[in-house]
Design a protein around this ligand. Sequence first.
Ligand SMILES: *[C@@H]1O[C@H](CO)[C@@H](O)[C@H](O)[C@H]1NC(C)=O
Ligand SMILES: *[C@@H]1O[C@H](CO)[C@@H](O)[C@H](O)[C@H]1NC(C)=O
Ligand SMILES: *[C@@H]1O[C@H](CO)[C@@H](O)[C@H](O)[C@H]1NC(C)=O
Ligand SMILES: *[C@@H]1O[C@H](CO)[C@@H](O)[C@H](O)[C@H]1NC(C)=O
Ligand SMILES: *[C@@H]1O[C@H](CO)[C@@H](O)[C@H](O)[C@H]1NC(C)=O
Length: 935
Amino acid sequence: MLSVRRFSMCVLRSLRLHLKKIAVILLAVQLLFITVYVQNRHLSITDGNWKSFTTPFFQSPTDTTKNDTYATFDLRSKDSVTRLYDKMNFDTSGEWIDTYTLKNNLLTMKMGSDKGQVLDSVDELRYYDNDPRLVWSVVLDHLLASDSNDYAFSWYDWANFDSLNKLIALKDTNISCQFLCEGAFDKNVMQRVENEVQEPLFVTNRNKYDEPLWYNRARKGFDSNSVQQIVNDHCKSNDAYSNGTPFELPFVISEIYEKLRPEVYDLHARNHLLYSNTTPLSLTVLNSDKDAYRIDLKKTDSSKSNIVQSNLLQDYMQRHRKEMVNGDLIFNHTSIFEKFLRHKSTKKRKLDIAGLDKTIFAKEYLDLSPSDFCFDVKAKIAELETRLRSESLSLHDTCYLQSLQTSIRTAPALQKKYFAEASDVTDATADGHHRDKRFFSIGHNLLNDPQEFEARLSSLIRTFQKFTKANGLISWLSHGTLYGYLYDGLKFPWDVDHDLQMPIKHLHYLSQYFNQSLILEDPREGNGRYLLDVGSSITVRVHGNGENNIDARFIDIDSGIYIDITGLSVSSDAAKQYMSKFVEEEESSEKTFPALIDDYDYDENDNFDEVDGREDLAKYTINELKEWVDSHPDDFTNAESSQVTKTYKKELHISGGDSPEKGLSPKQRYLVNEKYNLYNCRNQHFSSLKILSPLRNTMFNGVSAFVPNRPITSLNNEYKVPPKYGFLTFQGRVYLPEFRYWFSFADMKKFGNLQLREPKITRLESPLNDLKFSDIKLLLTNIVQCDFHSIFASLFNSFDSTIYRLKELEIQYDLRLSEEEKSHLLGMLRHGMSKNIKSPEKDPIIYIYERKLWEHVEKLLNASVLYNIASKVENDKIKAFVELSQKVFERNLESFQLLDRDNNDAVIDLNSKGLNLFGDNKKTSNDIFGSDQKY
Ligand SMILES: *[C@@H]1O[C@H](CO)[C@@H](O)[C@H](O)[C@H]1NC(C)=O
Ligand SMILES: *[C@@H]1O[C@H](CO)[C@@H](O)[C@H](O)[C@H]1NC(C)=O
Ligand SMILES: *[C@@H]1O[C@H](CO)[C@@H](O)[C@H](O)[C@H]1NC(C)=O
Ligand SMILES: *[C@@H]1O[C@H](CO)[C@@H](O)[C@H](O)[C@H]1NC(C)=O
Ligand SMILES: *[C@@H]1O[C@H](CO)[C@@H](O)[C@H](O)[C@H]1NC(C)=O
């Protein structure tokens, strides 16, 4: 099982590399390559036994007799185990499976020699599991009780420290800096740690350490001198640590060293985070997607202000002592959250940002204007400086003002890279290139469990979209994210991040009000918590030395996974050749774009905002800067002058390139781009007002989102979108419209038993591009039988999202419908269905919580019992999926019968509206993506 998953993840990773770097071509070929590349791998099919997902190490025999300390319900009863399996895989709501209580969750020791013991008081706690229910309850209750704004942030309460807790919990085993500064763990130390805590130190690939060959290879090259050097440079002893000091480790990682295996990096980086001085400026709390509230944070030593160290927990218990029953107390975070929302002091926290319109998602369209793509930095600085003289600025405003002042002095050729990725982590499957360096973590089993991975990515985008909607911020799906959306309203399964664009004006709103804020999802809906981080050279709008292509990131603090956000604006970068046809179309002129430029009589006295606002070296053109650097060699480092030379050469290149703007000066290019509404990000992806505007309101990943007015055009500027909607193949992936899902072909061969290698699996006889309705059931059954449980869960949970997109496509691309009819039907679909779309993935924190319970169950119950429980749950879901598909097939799905708000709420059946892409998906006439449609 494991090997199968890992195999498909490898395929995934190599695919993604290609996808990211190259403009890839989606090939709508028929099934030719099925017979081509045949793997010799053979899958063993589960034979009435449950295959444990993770390797059980500490399966001590006592585990089966001890009463479990993990849940408030009986983990041996079939009913509760059934409920757990069902909830863990198919319930994507924000609901918890049990109730957080003082005794069971907080005071019962989950590891170490005192495992199972219940502490007498919270004063005895030396560590605790991060649980949103505890933190929300205590922090919000504190704010309401004190009616003040003096909450001191601690990473320990808002990020996950499960892995580091295993080291914090140690009483007898000595660990030193060295343990976290070697490329792979020292097995002897690791075993001492594990023996003491009675838990594996980590789950992902833990069994590798038991293979001598692997271990020796992983440890090769760590001589004591080089390790000592790393220790000296990156780690220091912790004075606060003395025997038994709670929440402390004997050493502090002062700076992250990256060339480590993922499991070492995890503990190393978590230690660094725990003791980090850099904390968020504020918390931003979401009330669903409706409103956002601001909690300011007091500056203190974040490593010493968790809710126990700061007494917030003790105060909480004091206030709630009357609710105690037998010394136990329930922490009902949703009830406190609702109290918080209703409380009068909360009104003052509500964010209503002048200039932003919270109703933008109410309509089907959103018109953008050219002014959204320009930003007057000088005016903004002047405004903030004036305010600073008359009143004190908020922390956010102060940080933003300082950032602008620095940025306007930053020459594009000399900008320093702002974001740091964990690129040097020494295992390719950890994908350090796509993880923030500070927050990198392997989670529970992130590298081997696609369900955990997808849950993180889904929570990330859902929280971001709710955040933008609650504040009226404008952004839209772009690049690979938009491409994935096109087919099924989800990202491509092989994509490891999300890409969004915003107009520069809104990037500035984002910076001023949310840079360095920790954005928190409504705890009734999920437990997303993400750091919004905007780069330090926001006023640089050209490519320059190419160090800062990404403007901002929305970062998962428990994995380092992020959304890439780029701002679009008018700049002096030379427009790409592909923009010519849009300008010509737009101008409806016989003339080519270069001819139009020749005719354009620009006034050299026009504003050149890009440079006018700048100071120091940033005022110079690259040619002037080059001259300056050449004549003042002592003022610049070698690296700086070579950056300048590199940027200078790029500028020379423009004159020889194919840009319609070649031969123009930077200022002239700026003026041409401005005149023709051509906008670009710092990675020189160009778009235009008419391609983007009006933005279309739609659903992505089950939440509201905007997409460009002309998505196909926008994508074709970067990729080559095949015209067909239907059966598709794409480098080892197959899209089956019957499931609205991209399967890995390697997996498909197994669960379709296409090579007749699986004696127990019914072979799929129909060609993949010509499935019969009955094949849906057959394939689902096989998927589950072949142990692809996470794929089945994904299919099942994304049904609502993908079926929504299907109906949207059927309406948008039906040539028989007029623009008005389409708009009317799309509005009905959105208003009628959007509220009820189930999240396509689990909340990651709830998922891991349940996953751990399940791993515990795996130790308590035998494999055949578990197999039967899982089968029963999954068979019910297969049945439900097939029934729903049948309704879609017959165009009889209840959720498409919607009220017509324009017509006295008469019911209109959307089933019969639009194309029939589900029933007729084999038709070649489904070439709907040949060009953009008006709707
Ligand atoms: C386990 O729990 C059951 C019922 O809650 C109780 O009767 C039994 O004594 C407990 N066993 C141990 C070893 O604590
Ligand atoms: C741990 O280190 C301390 C100080 O170096 C030492 O006194 C103690 O004996 C060590 N304990 C073990 C179990 O090695
Ligand atoms: C927590 O509070 C909510 C809202 O008041 C309520 O619906 C729920 O039943 C409570 N949960 C528990 C476990 O008491
Ligand atoms: C965002 O915050 C970081 C950290 O304080 C700062 O370096 C950066 O300049 C800020 N960016 C903006 C646009 O304010
Ligand atoms: C598993 O447990 C069931 C029910 O308790 C029992 O009937 C079965 O024999 C057990 N199977 C194995 C392989 O131990």
